[in-house]
Design a protein around this ligand. Structure first.
Ligand code: HAM
Length: 421
């Protein structure tokens, strides 16, 4: 025997119940986003590495440690670790924001070379939305409202909490950054190794550290709220007021800085405590400087992305998971002579209803055919023997409930099926 192929670490095959659960989450997001007037955009899985290092930031974990990067002839390419940079590139490429304010959403796999564990994969799925051309916090709150609607539809509203913060505009951020570096530099030797490394490259991320000793030092660190200029403060105040008006509960976490470099003003994260170490089910915020940074005209923008796998896992954890669907109807010809008639019956049912119909294939004795009908998970078997075929009839056998088998003319089959539950 030749060697069996196996999955690459951190990749998964998704099927049956796990996939049904993921698809439900995707469907609810898709319907909700479309209902708010967001248009679907399909983005490539691969981009130039430079797009991510410029857009997301060279020093972020997502770019410096977690990208799947390879050389292709003359340039370095990477699998996308997230969707925002690609979406901005696409908007700039097609000049979509000229005279327009595009609201876009996307869905698909993202790739990060992280240590795999429950809820953390190297290929995972995100649903994201990005709105371009709006500078006010009304869009920030609309994005949050959309996600809140989804939590409600998925019965997760009580399980997920929202944290918000502001990073201010670029001048406010810069002032805060300088003050933070000056403060942290005094304690450099006491910081954890990661934070020492970040001190030069990405000091804001130190605020996110989970290390206890570093956290103690952070407690006294200068807070962004002390460095906000009037414009930044106004934006954040209005953002919070609007959330209150929409009835959305949120906690301000002054240490919420996000892991990607492009944010300005509002940032937000949705968390759960039901998934162990993987607390974050989604995140987002405003990124007013990114279009310009990537070579486009200046354009304010904001968006979010949700980890679909984590939301599906959370539903599973809470016993809300959906199950993979079986066919509704299984058509069994009792011998090969009735096969053509069985195919016609199946086609009629499909045309007259939205029921899913599977037709028995492969020879076999009557008993084996009926066993296959049962194993398919269908609720009803349509049995076709020589007698049924000769008289244009079909016998219905209920496979999951105790009900007497009936034989009806084919013409009455759709209505009998529709009234059978
Ligand atoms: P992010 O916080 O890096 O934001 O990722 C969003 C979500 O993707 C996370 O909250 C998490 O649920 C999920 N996620 C991230 N890594 C993994 C993984 N290895 N396995 C499973 N799930 C994961 C962004 O990606 C930004 N682009 C969000 C955004 C859009 N900001 C503005 N617009």
């Amino acid at each position: 025997m030749s060697e069996r192929s196996s999955l690459v670490r951190g990749m998964r095959d998704l099927y049956e119940d796990e996939l049904a659960n993921i698809r439900l989450v995707e469907t609810v997001f898709s319907e909700t986003l479309e209902s708010y007037g967001y248009a679907l955009i399909r983005l490539p899985i691969m981009e130039r590495t430079a797009l991510f290092s410029r857009g997301i930031g060279e020093a972020t974990d997502a770019v410096s440690k977690e990208m799947f990067t390879f050389d292709d002839e003359t340039e370095s390419l990477s699998l996308r670790p997230e969707g925002t940079a690609s979406c901005v590139r696409a908007v700039i490429d097609a000049n979509m924001y000229r005279g327009h304010q595009p609201k876009l959403w996307y869905i698909g796999s993202m790739f990060r070379h992280e240590r795999p564990q429950l809820g953390r994969y190297r290929e995972f799925y995100q649903v994201g939305a990005e709105a371009f051309g709006f500078s006010g916090p009304d869009v920030d709150t609309e994005l949050i409202r959309i996600v809140q609607d989804v939590w409600e539809s998925l019965e997760l509203a009580e399980e997920i909490t929202l944290e918000i913060n502001t990073l201010g505009n670029t001048p406010s951020r810069k002032q805060h950054r300088d003050a933070l570096v000056e403060y942290l530099a005094q304690y450099k030797a006491q910081l954890d190794e990661d934070s020492q490394r970040r001190l030069e490259q990405n000091p804001l991320r130190i605020l996110d550290s989970k290390n206890e000793q570093t956290q103690k030092i952070i407690e006294q660190a200068p807070s962004i709220s002390d460095y906000l200029d009037a414009e930044s403060r106004r934006h954040f105040d209005e953002f919070q007021e609007r959330l209150v008006r929409l009835g959305i509960r949120a906690t301000v976490n002054p240490n919420l800085v996000r892991g990607l470099d492009y944010y300005t003003h509002s940032v937000f994260e949705w968390n759960t405590d039901k998934l162990g170490a993987q607390k974050q089910v989604g995140g987002g915020g405003r990124y007013d400087g990114l279009c310009e940074l990537l070579g486009g005209a200046p354009c304010p923008a904001a968006g979010f992305a949700i980890g679909v796998d984590r939301v599906a896992l959370l539903r599973n954890e809470l016993g809300l998971a959906s199950q993979a669907s079986s066919p509704d109807v299984y058509v069994v010809a009792l011998s090969d002579d009735e096969e053509d008639y069985a195919l016609q019956v199946a086609a009629k049912v499909r045309a007259a209803s939205s029921l899913s119909v599977r037709v028995h294939q492969g020879a076999g004795k009557v008993k084996a055919r009926m066993r296959a009908a049962d194993r398919s998970g269908a609720t009803i078997a349509l049995i076709i023997g020589a007698q049924e075929a000769a008289s244009n009839q079909v016998s219905l056998k209920w496979l999951r409930i105790n009900r007497e088998q009936v034989t009806v003319p084919v013409a009455e089959l759709p209505s009998t099926l529709l009234n059978s539950n």
